[in-house]
Each structure stands twice: as C-alpha cells, then as structure tokens.
Ligand binder design. Structure first.
Ligand SMILES: [Zn+2]
Ligand SMILES: [Zn+2]
Length: 375
C-alpha cells in the first residue's frame, strides 16, 4: 500500500458535494473499467480497482463519509480492506459485479439464504356465492378448499425417508462453491444442488418428489349476517402451509350475493317499490309487505305522493361488527288507471269538477334544472 493515499473524491472524480447517485455512477464506471477480469495481469488496473472500491466504501456510507470529510483518511482508517478483500466488505460491489458478470458473483450467498429461509404459506382465495336471504341471515357454510398439505411420508422433503437424500457431492453440503477469480475469492451457488447442500437421490413415492399433496380440505365457515358483494372474511392460517417451518397463509372467503327480486340493498338499507292506485294515494291505505322479518303492515298516509318514501326502522340489513341494522324504505309508486269502466269514468268526471286545477308551472321546472346544470 502506498503511504500517501489519494483523496477519495479525487479517486472517484466527483465533487465534494456529490450526491449518492453521482458517487455510485462514477464508481460503477471505474469498477467496470478497471475490473481485473477485463485487465488480466495489469497490476496498475488492479490497484485502481481496489482504490476505487475503498473510496466508494467510505463515500457511500453517510457516517463514514462525514467522518472522512472532517478528519480525512485518519477518520476512517480501518474502514477499508488492505490487501485481499472479499466482495462482502464493500457495499453494492456484489450488486455491481453481478451487473457485469451475471450471477456468478456476489449473489450466491443471498440466494442460498433465501432458499432455506422460513417462508409464510400463500394466502388462498375462496369465492362463496350466497342467496340474498343467506346474506341477511348469516349461515354456517361447509366449504371445500383445495390445499397443499405437507406430504406425510417425506415431511415435505420430497425424498424417500430412509436414504432418499444425500449430501451434495460437489459442494459437500455447503450449498456454495468458492473459487479464485484473479485476486477475488468468489462464492457461487452450487449448480448441482441449487444451494440446498443436499440432493434427492430417490424421490418420495407418495408425492413423486413434490413434498406436498393436493387435498380438498373441508372447513366450516361462519358467515355473519350482513355480508355483501365483495365482503372478505379472513380465516387465519387456513391458507397454504408454510415453507421451511414458516407459518401457513390465510384463507380469504369472499362473498358475492345474488340479487333479490323485490329488495335492493344500498349500504345497510333496503329499498323496494310498492305501487298503489290513485284512490289509495288520495285516501291513504295499508299495504301488507313480506319483509325479512315476516309480514309487515305499511301505513300509507292520506295524500301520499308518487315517489314518497316510507321508512321502516331497523328492518334493513344487519350491520357487520355491530348490533344495529339499516332501515327498509318503501318507495310509493302511484299508478294511474289506463282503462276505466263507464262507472269509474263518471266518478272521475265528478272528481274533476270538484278538484281545483293546479296547473301553474312550478318555480323551477325540470328544464331549468337541466339548463342550470349545463350552463
Ligand atoms: Zn413425499
Ligand atoms: Zn451442492
């Protein structure tokens, strides 16, 4: 090592206030240019490569960089690898090297860890269609969920229990192989075993080496009253089993509700339309309505107008996660008779003479409203 070290900013040809991206880009360029694989036997390139890596290891770390800015090389002495270094000592070096040379560099170790890491099982979605009545009342549904269960014979290993698995002969069970590349010692995932360190010699007879079996699992699901289209019910840990001892995923039951011929749901309220005739509207009437709470008598007051709403409190949809219920709205539709008997016509004509004619246009007619809307 030379006694006089070059300034790190100078090494990376960046200004002292360069941001992280600029520093990284510059380092990348130098690393590519001076990498030993591209300059075999060139000692100067090797030194430049190391120098750049050292500079980058300091300037890419905000703490080290701050210390370097205040105290110079002394502030970060010991931070860099003098002599032979491995790729792990330098942030992003593995990343940069694998950009250039593919997965042979750097990635191997992480990959192996990924393979053996405990992983949570996948979540499973189950679509459940309900009748409108079922959504109002709730139910206990028997469902069959396809699920991958760990194979009982091999316990998920995929190999015959006795002698199905052997230690990988290439990596001797380490999952990675080390080799020397120029002055770099490189770890690479073992190609033979894919980093597992073991290989399957004889696949499990039961699951044909898959490690799991497809099963239909029967489950009882309590569907609460009040579910709607798209309501999600989560059943914790009823999804796919985990990998390498991880917990199982969750099961999501997603409901869809068939429409009802009479009632329409809006949030937690129900709406329906009840036609009454002219005379009923004028005189008031009682209408029997079959609701989800049995037969209810709806009192239509005297002089009910077309489109009037009558509210039946608490006869709507039960609210999820609370005790309340929505309301039921009866929309009154006044129907005008299209055909009259002779007697009815006579009565109507009498009515016409006695009823005041109120044909003044209303203050704001429909057209005005339409105009207001567009202008
Ligand atoms: Zn098996
Ligand atoms: Zn191996």
């Amino acid at each position: 090592m030379s006694v006089l070290k070059r300034d790190y900013y100078e090494v990376l040809s960046v200004s002292r206030d360069a941001d992280d991206n600029v520093i990284k880009t510059s380092y990348r360029k130098l690393a590519m240019q001076f990498h030993p694989d591209r300059n075999p036997g060139d000692h100067e390139a090797e030194e430049k490569f190391k120098e750049a890596a050292e500079a980058y290891s300091v300037l890419s770390d905000s703490q080290k960089r701050a210390s370097y800015d205040r105290f110079g090389h002394q502030g970060v002495s010991g931070a860099s690898g003098a002599g032979g270094f491995d790729t792990n000592g330098f942030p992003d070096l593995g990343d940069i090297l694998s950009d250039m040379f593919g997965d042979a560099f750097g990635g191997g170790r992480g990959q192996q860890q990924r393979r053996n890491r405990a992983q949570r099982g996948d979540d499973v979605r189950y679509d459940l269609e309900l009748t409108f009545e079922q959504s109002m009342q709730g139910l206990s549904a028997d469902i069959q969920v396809p699920r991958l269960d760990e194979c009982g014979r091999c316990h998920g290993k995929g190999a015959e229990p006795e002698d199905g698995i052997v230690t990988c002969p290439i990596c001797k069970g380490r999952g990675e192989v080390l080799y020397q590349q120029a002055f770099l010692q490189v770890r690479r995932t073992c190609g033979q075993c894919g980093g597992r360190g073991q290989i399957i010699r004889r696949p499990c007879k039961e699951c044909k080496g898959e490690g799991y079996q497809r099963r239909e699992r029967k489950l009882k699901v309590n569907i609460p009253a009040g579910v709607d289209n798209g309501t999600q019910l989560r059943l914790t840990q009823e999804g796919q089993p985990g990998v390498n001892g991880g917990p199982p995923g969750d099961l999501y039951v997603i409901t869809s509700v068939k429409p009802h011929p009479v009632f329409e749901r809006l949030e937690y309220d129900l709406h329906c339309r009840v036609p009454i005739n002219l005379a009923q509207a004028a005189l008031g009437t009682k209408v029997d309505l079959l609701t989800f709470d049995g037969l209810q008598t709806v009192n239509v007051p005297e002089g009910a107008q077309h489109g009037a709403k009558i509210r039946l409190k608490q006869l709507g949809v039960p609210k999820l996660n609370s005790n309340g219920r929505g309301d039921l709205y009866v929309h009154i539709a006044v129907s005008v008779p299209q055909k009259l008997s002779r007697e009815q016509r006579k009565l109507m004509e009498q009515l016409l003479e006695t009823l005041p004619a109120e044909n003044e246009p209303e203050d704001k007619g429909l057209l005005d409203k339409v105009k207001d809307y567009f202008l």
